[in-house]
Design a binder for this molecule. Structure first.
Ligand SMILES: CCC1=C(C)/C(=C/C2=NC(=C\c3[nH]c(/C=C4\NC(=O)[C@H](C)[C@H]4CC)c(C)c3CCC(=O)O)/C(CCC(=O)O)=C2C)NC1=O
Length: 169
């Protein structure tokens, strides 16, 4: 698992090079956004349960067929599994935000996920909708915590969305 710094070191080490101007720019931007990323993580941590609950409620309001007989989140067990998945997405998004790297998502969350979902009939489109709902709720929380520019919060949620929706070749 890598973060922004270890990735950068890895790239330069492979080439046997000292950090150049580009590397310095990457390092500066990583450290310049550090405080905001930690603030975002803190805002998520202290509201995680509520964020997951609210995201689930909004998703089921928008797509009530999911929790009706025949829906993939119908029955208490599957409803709970769906919210648990949302909780995984939130927790790992937080790690990725702090790391400044999406590597943890590839390694711990996305690997084999689409295949698992397809084999269990978990619908990808609604899952993505849930991730996007959660993104917006998280951005609201982070803004309330005093972070002026919350654009960087999009990245892990949009990354998971993109990777999950990618078509097979
Ligand atoms: C940390 C990384 C990680 C992820 C991401 C993960 C996902 C994951 N979600 C699963 C199931 C599931 N996932 C859902 C989710 C949903 N159904 C819907 O209709 C909604 C659209 C959606 C919620 C937003 C449901 C309902 C199941 C249970 C499906 C079943 O057993 O029939 C399963 C199958 C095994 C199980 O039930 O635990 C896995 C592996 N597991 C992991 O270890």
């Amino acid at each position: 698992m890598r973060d922004a710094i270890t990735s950068l070191i890895g790239t330069y080490d492979v080439a046997g090079r000292y950090f150049d101007r580009n590397a310095m720019d990457d390092l500066k931007s990583y450290f310049a956004t550090g405080t905001a990323r930690v603030q975002a993580a803190a805002a998520i941590n202290s509201n995680a349960a509520a964020i997951v609950k609210q995201s689930g409620s909004q998703l089921f309001d928008e797509l009530p067929e999911l929790i009706r007989p025949g829906g993939n989140a119908y029955t208490t067990r599957r409803y709970a599994a769906c919210l648990r998945d949302m909780d995984y997405y939130l927790r790992y998004a937080t790690y990725a935000l702090v790391a400044g790297s999406m590597d943890v998502l590839d390694e711990r969350v996305l690997q084999g996920l689409r295949e698992t979902y397809n084999s269990l009939g978990v619908p990808i489109g609604p899952t993505i909708q849930g991730i996007q709902i959660m993104k917006n709720i998280v951005k609201g929380q982070v803004a309330s915590a005093g972070v002026a520019d919350t654009t960087f919060v999009d990245e892990p949620f949009d990354y998971m969305t993109r990777e999950l929706s990618e078509e097979d070749i």
